[in-house]
Design a protein around this ligand. Structure first.
Ligand code: AMP
Length: 393
């Protein structure tokens, strides 16, 4: 369902309450990586150019409902001011008279950032009174924090109900365009690639992708649970015992649906999960005292063939322990194959996004999602509360 976009609302001389995702890493009191702040710039710049007064709000880390000076958003205000080349006001108060006074001091085109929303327990409880107090700070609401739309919190869901117009910013509009296409109108062949550590986290998305994608490529730590379910030797590899039976069911489901589900046919293994470990090649059956830490060259070749012919590719989760140089080949190969494939390519999840950046191919991926959890839930076909609450276009 298309949502009202920020460029379709009249904001001149209005105060716009904007939920951004400034959940950035901090080091020594400064922003250590400003990627998320940069991602919000198009929406912020648009509202500035329109002469709106902006009240930005975000969470940062997990202060568990208590003020924690180490998790103050003040460094994010400084960082944003540098990126914009103009001042950004900061309000230590999130709601109430003090916050309202800070909003009243804004000039047209001015920007104010509120303190960390999660200093208040009411934020994560989606407390209606807290949401209403936040809503009192603006005339219109814009959400551009895709990374948090899968959570129904006061600033992402509750607050939207107090506005006639609750619009999405440019970042969310782009996520909805690409992920919406993968969910509702994927081009065929559609290849989904899943990796990472835990099967349990990705079962629902595998189920959903089995319906929508033509081919599923599985790698990473979760592959061994599937291989074990098929009766193969997995040595001391990561195993998600409680989901073993379910992995078998999913394999049967794929077969029943006539889908291609590929598992690794060879591996790179080591005696232990160790940064200095030497990568040893292994065939399909992993020796008893070895663990699989990356997909092997035959698997890489097979997965590349599938990716090369795809018109749409969605990827979440690394193919191996790519943090260790000896075991990053499979993950980097997938990143390069996607960059070269010529179809629509979507990457989600912090590790895969990091891998695409490290492999130097980020600019050749159609869409890099800013929300790992949110993008997975979206691809499952679940309703995301922070999207559902926005006004329809
Ligand atoms: P996830 O958060 O589920 O996407 O998992 C990402 C993590 O899975 C990364 O830190 C990888 O190092 C890890 N991982 C990938 N492959 C393996 C493997 N074969 N064995 C253990 N961990 C793995």
């Amino acid at each position: 369902m298309p949502k009202l976009s920020v460029d379709r609302i009249a904001v001149r001389d209005k105060t716009v309450l904007v939920r951004v995702d400034f959940n950035v890493p901090l080091a020594e009191g400064a922003v250590a990586d400003d990627t998320r702040i940069r991602a919000a710039l198009p929406t912020i710049r648009h509202l500035m150019a329109q002469g709106a007064r902006q009240v930005l709000m975000s969470h940062l880390g997990r202060p568990k409902g208590k003020a924690d000076p180490k998790l103050s958003l003040r460094p994010a205000a400084d960082c944003l001011a540098r990126l914009l080349g103009s001042p950004v006001a900061f309000s230590p108060a999130v709601i109430g008279e003090q916050a309202q006074a800070a909003v009243a001091a804004l000039r047209p085109g001015g920007v104010l950032l509120l303190e960390n929303l999660r200093f208040h327990p009411e934020e994560e409880k989606n407390d209606p009174a807290f949401a209403k107090a936040l809503a009192a700070l603006g005339d219109a609401y814009v959400s551009d924090a895709f990374g948090t739309v899968h959570r129904a919190h006061a600033s992402t869901e509750g607050v939207a109900h107090y506005f006639q117009q609750a619009a999405c910013g440019f970042l969310i509009a782009r996520e909805l365009e690409f992920l919406g296409k993968a969910l509702e109108a994927p081009e065929s062949p559609y290849v989904a690639i899943l990796g990472g550590a835990k099967v349990g986290d990705k079962i629902a998305v595998i189920r959903s992708l089995l319906q929508r994608a033509d081919t599923l490529l599985i790698g990473g730590g979760m592959a061994y649970t599937f291989l074990k379910a098929q009766g193969h030797g997995v040595g001391t590899s990561l195993l998600d015992e409680p989901h073993l039976e379910l992995a078998g069911e999913l394999l049967a489901e794929a077969k029943g649906l006539g889908k291609t589900l590929l598992l690794p046919q060879d591996h790179l293994v080591a005696a232990a999960l160790d940064k200095a470990a030497r990568a040893e090649p292994s065939g399909l059956e992993i020796p008893r005292e070895r663990m699989g830490l990356d997909i092997g060259p035959a698997t890489v070749a097979a997965y590349k063939v599938q990716i090369a012919r795809a018109r749409m590719v969605v990827w979440n989760g690394p193919m191996g322990v790519f943090e260790f140089p000896a075991f990053r080949e499979g993950t980097f190969a997938v990143a390069h194959a996607m960059a070269d494939c010529g179809g629509v390519t979507i990457v989600g999840g912090g590790d895969s996004v990091a891998a695409v950046n490290q492999a130097g191919v980020a600019d050749r991926i159609s869409h890099i999602s800013t929300g790992g959890g949110a993008s997975l839930e979206f691809l499952e076909g679940r309703t995301l509360p922070g999207i559902a609450a926005l006004t329809e276009a």
